[in-house]
Write a protein that binds this ligand. Sequence first.
Ligand code: FAD
Length: 131
Amino acid sequence: MAEENQQGHGPRESMEYDVVIVGGGPAGLSAAIRLKQLAAEKGAEVGVCVLEKGSEIGAHILSGAVMDPRALNELMPDWKEQGAPLNVPVTEDKFLFLSETGAKSVPNWALPDNFKNHGNYVISLANVTRW
Ligand SMILES: Cc1cc2nc3c(=O)[nH]c(=O)nc-3n(C[C@H](O)[C@H](O)[C@H](O)COP(=O)(O)OP(=O)(O)OC[C@H]3O[C@@H](n4cnc5c(N)ncnc54)[C@H](O)[C@@H]3O)c2cc1C
C-alpha cells in the first residue's frame, strides 16, 4: 500500500504482516517456521516477515560448529530428506590440555556431558540457516 511519508515526500511502499521477526538466525528462523507450521495445522494464513541485517540469511552468522540436532528433529523431523546440510556426524571427541611442548588428553569418561558429541554434527551454521 502506498502512503505519504512523514516529511510529505511522496508515496512510500509498505507491506502488512501479522508477525515481524527481527533477526534471521536459528532463533528467528525457527520461530517463523513454527508459526507457519501452526497456522498450516489450523488451516489458517499468517503473514510472517523475517528482517535480517545481513545481505542474505547466513551472512552475519559467525559461529556454530558442532550442532545437537535435537531441536531440528522436533521442528522438522524430515530434515534429512529435505537435504539439510548436516553431513558430518561426530565420530570422536578429544579434549586436550596444551603445553609448550606437548598435550595431555583427558579421558572421555571424565568429561562433562556437554563435551560429549556423539549424535551431533559438525556443521556450518551459516549454511544451515541459509538452507
Ligand atoms: C564463537 C562462538 C562459537 C559457537 N559455537 C557453537 C557451537 O559449536 N555449537 C553450538 O550449538 N552453538 C555455538 N555457538 C552458539 C550459537 O552460535 C548461538 O547459540 C546461536 O547462533 C544463537 O542463535 P540466535 O538466532 O539466537 O542468534 P544469532 O545466530 O546471533 O542470529 C541473530 C541474527 O539476527 C541478525 N540481527 C541482529 N540484530 C539485527 C537487527 N537489529 N536487525 C536485523 N537483523 C538483526 C543478525 O545478523 C543474525 O543473523 C557459538 C557462538 C559463538 C559466539
